[in-house]
Ligand binder design. Structure first.
Ligand SMILES: [Zn+2]
Length: 197
């Protein structure tokens, strides 16, 4: 068990479709024996939900071998538009690339700075808040001056905006095969990161 997580975010599913897709995905993982239907809130700290699915009898098929005594924690399924931060403490992404011209906007100028430039981050942060509330938000590129939906920007550090996420709490690293298969099941682009409570 542990207080860290590995998270997979669906970057494309709409909020309206996320609930049904979550159910289908859980059904699939239960049918393979990777998850059970039992819910628990032990050793998990997702902000959005209190309980997750307890690992099934065959959970070890989708994770690296960490010894026979290892028992991973629950898998939280998070439905709804949200900003998903890797690491610890919801630190802003260090940069973002414009989806049109690919110019990079630096948000945290490591290693000179260790905090987001507030003036740079503010329009992105406001667009994320608008998207979370209404499903639409956009930001304007300072290089090409084109305004694009906030969900189309390419974030550094595996920061992700999405309406469906799976938090694997205290699991050994998930196998590449499983992550590829999960992405194919979801049928959308995914982001993948790790973090700590
Ligand atoms: Zn641009």
């Amino acid at each position: 068990m542990g207080d860290y997580f590995e998270r997979i975010v669906d970057l494309e599913v709409t909020a309206a479709d996320a609930g049904a897709l979550a159910e289908r995905t859980v059904d699939w993982m239960v049918s393979r024996g990777w998850l059970s239907r039992e819910m628990s809130g032990d050793t998990m700290y997702s902000l959005q939900v209190d309980e997750g699915y307890v690992p099934g009898p065959d959970w070890a098929q989708i994770a690296q071998e960490w010894g026979v005594d290892w028992m991973p924690g629950p898998v939280a399924v998070i439905v709804g538009r949200d900003a998903h931060y890797p690491g610890q403490g919801a630190i802003e992404p260090s940069a973002v690339d414009c989806p049109r011209c690919e110019a990079t906007t630096v948000i945290i100028d490591y290693p000179q700075r260790w905090e987001a430039d507030k003036a740079v981050w503010q329009p992105f942060s406001a667009a994320i808040d608008a998207w979370k509330e209404t499903g639409a938000g956009s930001a304007t590129c300072l290089s090409c001056t084109v305004t694009s939906p906030i969900t189309e920007w390419n974030w550094a550090d595996c920061f992700a905006l999405g309406s469906l996420a799976f938090d694997f709490w205290g699991w050994p690293p998930l196998t590449d095969e499983f992550i590829t298969e999960l992405g194919a099941r979801l049928g959308h682009r995914i982001e993948h990161h790790t973090g700590k409570f």
